[in-house]
Design a protein around this ligand. Structure first.
Ligand SMILES: Cc1ncc(COP(=O)(O)O)c(C=O)c1O
Length: 377
């Protein structure tokens, strides 16, 4: 996967460090999540919750996950059989694909895509197929989706809200995915790690669509909703037969996950309605600051209604190579971004760049200032 994420992220990050660049490439906040949540983890360490917890996650966290799904989406899941705690969303994705995909079978992705889906598919011995999201809104064409599905397909990965684009899928698009999943008897892996970080419109939980409960594994995590990306506590919810398949694989990946973080994750989810706005509202202002700033420098942006990210063209630059543009940007401006070619299977990726606004306003203002000082693009 030479042209994909792993290599490009490493390349940009090491060059960014070398040049003291502001890193708007990688999506992690420079301000930790709510103090109250951190305090619960600290108390848990001091209270001696430091040994292996149950492999499926501590009961209070599984109950909190089920409670969150009930309150937010009206979905009832058994904390005993339908909920699994994982090492971030990343492990849930890998364990699900490893559990469901056999060598030679296919996984349908929507490009641009978060690179972990592709890597997990290859590790499973599967073949990634990609349907391209197109146009200003990164729209899904149902016919193009159908053209990528075959008798060998096992899983469709749906990432909504969507990284790298900041798109929130429309109900119509989700219904098309549901129709295809039903017609071809596919499992839908719904990566909804940005479920709480929607600035315009609202998030539609895929598993709640008619007929989808039985064939969807929903995945989320502490990372984005609570600005705690380093904790690596995630979860999967779904029907017992699918969750137990994921569990069987997860057992031999990490076995169990961070004991003292789990009571804190339970606290966060039990109080999500109160705590999430503390994360989301500053992010919205950061989105506006970065998007308006880039636009005033001559970059054309795709609409961004959610997540940590916005995509633009190369603005004032004449280059037609987004990787070269990003490498030059680090040296010339002291700002790092990611060429979106990192999120495509390869052929003819659009010449575009992903920027994160998950940084404090002062950091974003400094980055914009640096960009504004570039004399020659
Ligand atoms: C779409 C998507 N899924 C999953 C993850 C990883 O989540 P976690 O840190 O919980 O493993 C990320 C992180 O950037 C992401 O953007």
């Amino acid at each position: 996967m030479s042209s994909l994420g792993t290599t490009i992220f490493a390349e940009m990050s090491s060059l960014a460090v070398e040049h003291g660049a502001i890193n708007l490439g990688q999506g992690f906040p420079d301000l930790d999540g709510p103090e109250e949540i951190k305090a619960v983890a600290i108390d848990a360490i001091n209270a001696g919750r430091n040994q292996y917890p149950p492999g499926i996650g501590i009961p209070e966290l599984r109950q909190a996950i089920a409670g969150h799904q009930r309150r937010k989406y009206g979905m009832e899941w058994s904390p005993e059989t339908d909920v699994l705690v994982t090492a971030g969303a990343t492990e849930a994705i890998a364990a699900a694909i490893l559990a469901l995909v056999s060598p030679g079978e296919e996984v349908v992705l929507m490009e641009p895509f978060y690179d972990a889906y592709y890597a997990a598919t290859l590790i499973a011995g599967g073949s990634p197929r990609a349907v391209r999201l197109r146009g200003t809104d990164f729209s899904l064409d149902p016919e193009e989706l159908r053209s990528q599905v075959s008798g060998k397909s096992r899983v469709i990965v749906l990432n909504n809200p969507h990284n790298p684009s900041g798109k929130v899928f429309t109900r119509e698009e989700l219904l098309e995915v549901a129709a295809v999943a039903e017609e071809f008897n596919l499992v839908v892996l719904a990566d909804e790690v940005y479920e709480h970080l929607v600035f315009e419109g609202s998030h539609l939980h895929f598993a709640s669509l008619p007929g989808m409960r039985e064939r969807t594994i929903s995945i989320s995590s502490m990372a984005k909703s609570f600005s705690l990306t380093g904790w690596k506590i995630g979860w999967a919810t779904g029907p017992a037969n699918l969750v137990s398949a994921v569990k069987a694989t997860k057992q031999f990946l990490t076995y169990v996950n961070g004991a003292p973080f789990q009571p804190a994750a339970a606290f966060a989810l039990d109080n999500a309605e109160r705590l999430v706005p503390e994360v989301r509202e500053p992010l919205r202002a950061q989105r506006d600051l970065l998007a308006n700033g880039l636009a005033s420098l001559g970059f054309n942006l795709h609409p961004c209604n959610a997540t940590y990210f916005v995509i633009s063209d190369l603005g004032p630059a004449t280059s037609t190579d987004s990787r070269r543009f990003c490498l030059d940007l680090i040296e010339r401006a002291g700002v790092a971004a990611i060429p979106t070619s990192a999120f495509y299977l390869g052929a003819e990726a659009p010449v575009e760049v992903r920027w994160t606004f998950s940084k404090q306003r002062a950091t974003l203002a400094e980055a914009l200032d640096r960009l504004g000082r570039v004399k020659e693009w």
